[in-house]
Design a protein around this ligand. Structure first.
Ligand SMILES: [Zn+2]
Length: 132
């Protein structure tokens, strides 16, 4: 084990990580709770809890054709295309296909429906990630 370090150079859009998930309410447990009750009469816990699901593909950390580059702080991620250098080996491990010059428009069209597109956040980023 140990720590592995990754450095990404990404052309893309920075997004807050919490916008990559949708929240919803679900029952707290298997106890039946009367409609409208805020707390469970059996165990006293809140009747519903907030859960979340990802709006991206968790299998390969992507939205459509664009990769999600996670930062170590887990507050912001950059969605786009880029190259990776890792402490696990020399050279590039990962090299996205760089789309044509309309990358910005493709990324905008992909992210806009999710409310993730921010023109001010489009650019070139250096993203550092530590896996431990
Ligand atoms: Zn309960």
């Amino acid at each position: 084990m140990g720590a592995d370090y990754y450095a990404y150079a990404v052309i893309g859009c920075e997004v807050p990580v919490n916008k990559l998930y949708k929240e919803y309410q679900k029952p707290h447990a298997d106890h039946a709770v009367p409609d409208g009750a805020k707390f469970c009469p059996t165990c006293g816990k809140p009747a519903s809890i907030t859960a979340r699901y990802p709006i991206f593909n968790e299998d390969n950390d992507s939205i459509d054709n664009f990769h999600i580059y996670w930062g170590t702080d887990n507050k912001y991620a950059v969605i786009g295309t880029g190259v990776t250098m890792s402490s696990r080996g020399l050279g590039f491990m990962h090299f996205d296909e760089i789309p044509a010059i309309n990358l910005r428009l493709q990324l905008r069209d992909t992210l806009f429906p999710f409310g993730l597109w921010d023109e001010e956040k489009y650019g070139l980023y250096a993203v550092l990630y530590c896996s431990y």
